[in-house]
Design a protein around this ligand. Structure first.
Ligand SMILES: [Zn+2]
Length: 298
């Protein structure tokens, strides 16, 4: 595709672009902030988030036949302005005129987001890794999952364009959708903004993660001390001696209770919920160190 259809086409594309640039210059002069989509070479998106956005669109047969025209359009700089906000993608796309594209995307409903966070609990260590897409395979698969992942299905996407034939996804809309993939390379956070969710909640130790840890520690309270020690890697010093006089039993059990509470409280802050299978991969890294035991007892 691209410029493959002869010289005539190339000139007309260049002419269109000049006109669009003129129009964009006018808009800028009026004080409207313009954010064009620039694509170097043929690859539209390179990052995990950008590529996943494009892959998601391409897997739906509803879009399959319509999307390809958008690829050459976005590559040749036709998306002269693209803005992504909660629930909406707005773009100006140059064709024979400058067209206005509006794409409404339903925000992710709370239960779906909670389920995503729950399934990824304790596995996403930092915002930087999350936004760079340096994620465990399980997390990648989960957020990309069709239907209940982070990317929208066709029924969650409402298209419109100011051109006459937008109803069947015109090339302006298709180019805009690809433009989002390119934009996510630079600003992956916009995906979360678009879907109306807080990416921080995916992180280990986030508020949502803490809520799950609290639930897990409630379970831990009914476990024996040895189980608690095993779970959190703590040494139960009182239990280790064995030769403590009977008179000290009351003191011991008080000490044990204190230790148990501290261990649980500490675990609530620092450790991933132990019962979740996906947390296992990082459990070694995250576990409360045995050295924390003496200070936790005081
Ligand atoms: Zn259109």
């Amino acid at each position: 595709m691209g410029y493959g259809f002869g010289w005539g086409n190339y000139v007309s594309a260049a002419e269109k672009r000049r006109k669009a640039q003129k129009k964009v210059a006018e808009l800028k002069k009026q004080g409207r902030p313009i954010e064009p989509v620039h694509i170097e070479g043929r690859t539209i998106a390179r990052s995990f988030w950008g590529k996943s956005w494009c892959d998601n669109l391409e897997r739906y047969s509803d879009f399959e036949s319509r999307l390809p025209r958008g690829r050459s359009y976005v590559r040749n700089g036709s998306v002269v302005d693209l803005k992504i906000t909660r629930g909406e993608i707005a773009a100006l796309v140059s064709g024979s005129r400058l067209y206005k594209v509006r794409i409404a995307i339903s925000p992710v409903v709370a239960a779906r987001w909670k389920a995503i966070c729950g399934d990824c609990a304790g596995t996403v260590d930092s915002l930087v890794e999350l936004l760079q897409g340096r994620l465990a395979k399980g997390v990648m698969d989960r957020v990309c999952r069709e239907g209940d992942g982070l990317f929208p299905a066709p029924k969650e996407i409402q298209l419109s364009c100011s051109c006459p034939d937008w109803a069947d996804m015109c090339k302006h809309v298709a180019a805009t959708l690809y433009g989002v993939g390119a934009r996510l390379d630079d600003e992956p956070r916009l995906l979360f903004a678009l879907r109306g969710v807080d990416e921080g909640e995916l992180l280990a130790g986030s508020r949502q993660d803490l809520a799950r840890s609290t639930a897990a520690s409630r379970t831990a309270k009914v476990l024996g001390d040895d189980d608690v020690a095993a779970l959190f890697g703590l040494e139960m010093v009182e239990d280790a001696g064995g030769g403590i006089p009977a008179a000290d039993t009351a003191k011991r059990s008080r000490a044990k209770k204190t230790l148990k509470r501290s261990a649980v409280a500490k675990a609530g802050k620092a450790a991933p919920p132990p019962a979740r299978p996906k947390a296992k991969a990082t459990a070694g890294k995250k576990r409360v160190r045995p050295t924390a035991a003496p200070s936790a007892r005081r």
